[in-house]
Design a protein around this ligand. Structure first.
Ligand SMILES: [Zn+2]
Length: 402
């Protein structure tokens, strides 16, 4: 295995127009520093912007916030992308979370990965019941029972049980469509619209529990990790995030299977996470929102995408202001993911994006932009839209009184 630096060095970029073809890849690091010419590896490129424009520091959200997309707990056992245990790992204590929440005006966090059965019960008593209206846990499917006879009914009953325990919704990870296979971790991939999940979707509709569904991933993850890939460094840091090749379906096939589920279960509400994982094409997301009244989106981990198209994004917020939920994908101590590590800075950059018209700023606190080398622009939303996105739309989904 080559390490990241060697790999990036192999992708040397031309630093000077005068550089000779052929010499670019040969220049050593020492030479590069001495002469500041010839070539520079992408990993070493860290330009400091000379642009001087106003910078607004938004320490608190203008209105109270429900963060609809966080991961306070996760499964204690997972194999090849499939979570296989009720037991939870706790990523942050309620006290450390509440300290940041109070200072950033976050009224509540939705803990999407709450699990099921005993693990879920523990999470609900430790967070949701101990600090009322500050934490809302979602349940997840128990895939380790996938091979049992009667799984479809078992899974629907598990949703009812989770609802009685206090779960507010169901979370589906990208596991469905990209990891879960006929024999759980081997065999053919199970499709998102597999009829074995129909009773589960229906149970959610009957119990008025929203389904927070992560389908597919950024479209660049389905293309080769090469010099044309705009998320090259991210994929190099996390090679297992690439779904190019193998027996993986395309991004379009995954979204089509997802849409068939929406069409078949009109009474179930789906919150499509990460702007439907197609913020690169808001026209497509808009088309699907028009087609499916039972669909909303969250913006978690996608301000990098929205903020590089601020005019299109602003129109999108205006048109779909009742169907966009605030979310961050916050993960306490998730230091390997700068765009989602739970801390003050994470919230400040989301607020700056939503509330100001600041230009050309980092979408994540990191030396190199972690989801692609670009910067973003604020969308400066009016107060009526801010209220909806920060709080009201999520409150409606969670049946919380505003
Ligand atoms: Zn997430």
């Amino acid at each position: 295995m080559i390490n990241r630096r060697q790999w990036l060095c192999g992708m040397g970029i031309m630093a000077s127009a005068a550089a000779q073809p052929g010499s670019a890849f040969a220049a050593s690091k020492k030479e590069t520093h001495k002469t500041a010419s010839h070539s520079l590896s992408l990993a070493e490129f860290s330009p400091k912007s000379m642009l001087q424009v106003p910078e607004t520091h938004v320490a608190r959200a203008r209105f109270p916030v429900i963060d609809f997309h966080t991961h306070i707990t996760r499964s204690a056992k997972s194999t090849r992308g499939v979570s296989l245990a009720s037991d939870r790992v706790y990523l942050g204590t309620p006290q450390e979370l509440l300290a940041v929440m109070d200072s950033k005006n976050v009224r509540a966090m939705v803990n999407l990965t709450g699990g099921y059965d005993k693990g879920l019960g523990d999470v609900i008593s430790k967070y949701d019941h101990a600090f009322e209206d500050r934490f809302y846990a979602f349940t997840e499917p128990c895939y380790e029972r996938f091979l049992e006879t009667g799984y479809p009914q078992l899974q629907a009953e598990a949703i009812e049980r989770a609802h009685r325990q206090g779960a507010r919704g169901l979370k589906i990870l990208k596991t469905l469509g990209l990891y879960l296979r006929e024999n759980i971790t081997s065999g053919k991939l199970v499709k998102i619209d597999d009829p074995r999940f129909d009773p589960m979707w229906d149970a959610c509709g009957q119990l008025n529990m929203p389904v927070a569904i992560h389908v597919s991933d950024p479209v660049a993850f389905f293309t080769p990790t090469d010099r044309f890939n705009e998320r090259y460094e991210e994929l190099t840091n996390h090679p297992d995030w690439s779904f190019y090749g193998g027996d993986f379906p395309s991004n379009a096939e995954l979204l089509e299977a997802r849409n068939r589920v929406f069409a078949r279960h009109p009474k179930t509400h789906f919150v499509v996470l990460h702007v439907g994982n197609f913020a690169e094409n808001l026209a497509n997301v808009a088309e699907n929102l028009d087609r499916f009244p039972n669909m909303s989106v969250d913006i978690a981990a996608r301000i990098g995408e929205l903020g590089r198209q601020p005019r299109t994004a602003r129109k999108f917020f205006e048109k779909y202001q009742d169907r966009i939920l605030f979310g961050t994908d916050a993960t306490p101590h998730g230091d390997q993911y700068p765009q989602q590590v739970f801390n003050d800075k994470l919230y400040e950059v989301y607020y700056r994006f939503l509330e100001t018209d600041d230009e050309y700023f980092d979408y994540a606190p990191a030396e190199v932009p972690p989801q692609g080398r670009w910067r973003i622009y604020g969308v400066n939303l009016p107060e009526t839209i801010l209220r909806k996105v920060y709080f009201e739309n999520a409150a409606h989904q969670l049946n919380v009184v505003v």
